[in-house]
Structure formats: C-alpha cells, structure tokens
Design a protein around this ligand. Structure first.
Ligand code: BES
Ligand code: MN
Ligand code: ZN
Length: 503
C-alpha cells in the first residue's frame, strides 16, 4: 500500500472513496459545509433523513456530486470532548471495514475535523488513521481459506488529506502508524491460528522466520536445555503434551546492552498454544477459545519485530515460553511439587493455573539474560475478563514509577489499562503445606493472587498486563472482526522505543 499525504482540500482529491470523519454532530460551518455543498447537499440530506447519526462509528456512503472522489463516506467519531487516540484508530478501522467486499483501490481520508479535536493535531491523527486503516484490513476469515467475500479491500493507495499541514512530518507519522498496524496484524495472525496448526515448535519456527526477516537474534530452548537451567515450572506445564515445550528468546541489539534510558528491557509473553487445563481439566464450554492462550507470546514476538523496523538496534529482549497444557499419562498432577528456576519450591495445586508457572521461569530467565526491567503480557485469568470485559486490560506493576512509565506508553499507544493493587494480606493464601508457594489460592481475589504469585519470580521493576479479557473479541464490532485484537502490541513498542537512540 502506497501512502500519500496531501495538503489539498478534500474536494480536490481524486480517489475511489473520500472518507470524512467528524467529531460530535456534523458541523456545516467548517470545511464539512463545503464538502456538503460540493456533494450537492447530500451530506446534509443524509443526516436529516436519519441515515447518518452522530453515534460513534456510524457511517454512510453517498454519491459524490461534484467531489473528485468516486464515493463519499461520512463517519461519526462520537463526542468531540471524548475523542481519544483509540477512537481515531477505530474510526479509521471502521472506514476500512465498512468498505468490505467493495472494489476500492484508493482511499482518501480527510483529517481536518479530528485534528481539531485531539492533542497532537494532524500529526497524531495521521499516525492513528494510518494504523487504524491497516488494522481494519485484517481479516481472520482469510487465514484458512481464500474465498472470503466481504474482506476489507486491499488498498493500493491511502491518501491522507490534511489541508495546510506539512506533508513531510505527517508522512513520517503515518509511516510509523502503518508499521505499528502491520505489527499488530502480525500478532493477530499468529494468535488466531488453531492449536493443530501452531504447536510450540511451530511458533518457534515462525519466530525464527520473523527474526531472520528483521535482523533479530533468536535462541530456542528445548526441554533438555530448560532442564539444565532448572526451569521446573515451565517443564511441569509442558510435559503433558506430545508437542514439546519451547522457550523462545529474541533479541534486538547486543546482549545486556542498555538503551538510551539505561534499561535492558524484557518483554515476556505467555505462549500456551492450547490450554485444556491439564489434569485440572476445563469444562467443554468455550474450551476452543483456549487456542488464543498463546496471544501474549505472539504479541511480544511481533512487538520486537516492530521495534526492529522502527528503530533497528534498540536494546530489547523478548521471551516467549511456549507450551501445550494437556492431560495425559505424563502430565503434572495437582499436588506435584516442582522447583522453579529461581530455586523456589512450588506446589502445583491447580494445573489450570499454568500461565503463571511458565511466566515465572521465563521472567527469571530474562533476568539471567540481563533484563533490568520486565513487562509481561498474558491471557492469565478469567477473573480479569469478568472484572473488565474486553475493552480494558487489568494491570499490576511495581515500583509505581516503573508502572507509570508503562502506563504512559499505553497512553501513547491509544490503549486502555487499569491498575490493580498488590494486597499483601492475600499472600498467605498462597502458602503451601510443603513448598514455598502454591500456584493458586481460593477464588476470592484470584486476580490479585495471580499477580502475587508472579511477583515471587521477579526482582527487577516489573509490570504485568493481564489481557485475558482483551486479547480477542467474541463478537465483531464496526472496527474489528471477532478474534485476536492485537492488544498491547503498540504499548510494548512505545515502551521500548522510549529507549531508542534519537535519530
Ligand atoms: N488461560 C486461562 C485464562 C483465560 C480465561 C484466558 C478465559 C482467556 C479467557 C488460564 O490459564 C486459566 O485457566 N486461569 C484460571 C486460573 C485459576 C485456575 C486459578 C482461571 O482464570 O480460571
Ligand atoms: Mn489455564
Ligand atoms: Zn492459560
């Protein structure tokens, strides 16, 4: 897809479709009025008729009248004072998805009205719109077949229309947005794939291909190496499956190198290619969704590739423990006692609390490889999904100053996070009869207890993003299909890029 930023007026832009997003009610005092006049009053008429509402993501496609574009699309961004980066991204995704099944090769998007209502103006809007159009083009139905009728169009050209702006700065911003969007789609494409298609080994091979493409170092540990390193928790989860576990390690920059902020950042992602629960087996209902339990791993693999594209050589480590959690004669049993890489003995009282086991060893390994700061991303608990649903990711972090930096990266990325507390009084609930810690306590406060467990295995500044609710949508929305959302990819990239050498 070619990207072009033009400072022309929207009515002078030739394209198959001209999309005009607006905040609030359509205000015909602005350039929207001139677009309306050139369309022969169509925009006004459609609004009057009730075809176009001010409701967020409502869109109408009209004849262009005297506009140079082939079609005119108006799209509502919702209340002007509630316009966020996320809303701009989603408006753009909605535009692209609204064109599903249509013959569209060139799409022009007028940035004017959104730019007036957001901090950062046209530059921010250019980045978020480019990212949103790319994310909107993601079609999971195409992963296993190629006769998808209503797929969003493969654009030859995206034209960003920003009258009076400096095309050079906006082009840079939009190019960044495209790369961000492609990275999110890479994560989504992997996360959506079925468990009979992506085993831990296949995920490792996908990571290898990605590493080679982007000049990243890669190391993949099998069970023997994991055993030598003492990764007893990681191995305990992997042993129930015929598909052996893989600890996938990707690196940008030199080993142990510090970034411009003095950090050696590690991003760690849960890679459970299928979570049956193991011997503590899950009920049948929705168990098929547990192929998405590798989303954290897919996210960190894609994120380090995106960082390599945007700022090659930026020091960054990605660690993705990949396993299948299966019942079988070799499986870990409830009550088995294993030794973690950091030497702690762990009582596995529930084999379905497997994510925290593999993450504990992965974070310990990240520290061994020199990590000074860690963020993990994981579909860890049903509790986070019950509390926050699919729009908000529940998080933990310590110390607060480090968490605040992660949260700020989330703001720049246009993603929503809500921090939960460590409640020290709950820690005794993880006491074991025999070992130093059990992997689950009672269900009350289960979300907080999951983070208290993880904390046992980290000694450096750390944040935990529980994406069990946000990793995938069960139903499509105007801006996204059902399936993997790409959540947290942009946040991790923003966090890592904060430590990139300024060009
Ligand atoms: N992978 C699940 C969490 C999950 C649930 C992800 C729903 C996505 C959607 C995780 O491994 C799990 O099974 N968690 C248990 C923990 C419990 C046994 C303490 C849960 O949340 O029930
Ligand atoms: Mn589980
Ligand atoms: Zn799981």
């Amino acid at each position: 897809m070619q990207l072009r930023v033009v400072s022309d007026q929207p009515w002078d832009v030739a394209a198959d479709v001209l999309a005009v997003p607006f905040a609030g009610e359509p205000n015909f005092e602005t350039a929207l009025g001139e677009i309306d006049r050139r369309s022969g009053g169509e925009l006004h008429a459609v609004t009057e008729f009730g075809e176009l509402k001010a409701e967020r993501y409502a869109a109408a496609i009209m004849a262009p009248g005297q506009l140079r574009a082939g079609r005119l699309m108006a799209i509502a961004a919702g209340p002007a004072d509630e316009l966020t980066r996320q809303v701009v991204i989603r408006v753009a995704s909605t535009i692209e998805r609204r064109l599903g099944g249509r013959k569209v090769k060139s799409l022009a998007v007028w940035l004017g009205d959104l730019a007036d209502h957001i901090e950062g103006g046209a530059e921010t809007v250019a980045e978020m719109v480019a990212r949103g159009v790319v994310e909107g083009s993601f079609e999971p139905a195409g992963i296993y077949r190629d006769d998808v009728k209503s797929a969003p169009p493969a654009l030859d050209e995206l034209i960003l229309v920003a009258p009076g702006a400096s095309p050079a700065a906006l082009t840079r911003a939009a190019e960044r947005g495209v790369v961000m969007g492609e990275g999110a789609n890479l994560a989504r494409g992997l996360a959506n794939r079925a468990a009979n298609d992506i085993s831990p080994d296949v995920l490792a091979e996908e990571a290898r291909t990605i590493a080679e493409r982007h000049g990243l170092s890669i190391d993949v540990l099998g069970p023997e190496q994991a055993a030598e390193l003492g990764m007893g928790m990681f191995l305990a989860v992997g042993r129930g499956s015929d598909n052996p576990p893989r600890m996938i390690v990707l690196r940008s920059g030199a080993a142990r190198a510090k970034d411009a902020l003095g950090r050696h950042l590690a991003i760690v992602g849960k890679g459970v290619c299928f979570d049956s629960g193991g011997i503590s087996i899950k009920p049948a209902e929705r168990m098929e969704e547990m192929k998405m339990d590798k989303t954290g791993a897919c996210t960190v693999i894609a994120a380090i590739a995106t960082v390599a594209r945007l700022a090659p050589g930026t020091p960054l480590l990605a660690v993705a423990p990949a396993v299948e959690n299966m019942p079988g004669p070799h499986s870990t049993r409830p009550g088995d006692i294993v030794k973690a890489m950091n030497g702690k003995t762990v009582d596995v009282i529930n084999t379905d609390a497997e994510g925290r086991l593999i993450l504990g060893d992965a974070m310990c390994y990240a520290e061994k490889l020199g990590a000074t700061h860690i963020v993990d991303v994981a579909t860890l608990t049903g509790a986070v999904a019950r509390a926050f649903g699919d729009q908000m990711t529940g998080t933990f972090g310590t110390p607060q100053a480090w968490y605040d930096q992660v949260a700020a990266a989330g703001e720049r990325a246009g993603e929503r996070y809500w921090q939960m507390p460590f409640v020290e009084e709950y820690r005794p609930d993880l006491d074991s009869w025999y070992a130093e810690v059990t992997n689950t306590g009672s269900v009350e406060g289960g979300l907080i207890k999951s983070a208290l467990f993880l904390r046992e295995f980290v000694t450096v500044p750390w944040a935990h993003l529980d994406i069990a609710g946000t990793a995938y949508f069960r139903k499509k929305t105007p801006y996204a299909p059902a399936g993997a959302t790409g959540v947290s990819h942009a946040t991790l990239v923003e966090l890592a890029l904060a430590g990139a050498k300024k060009a």
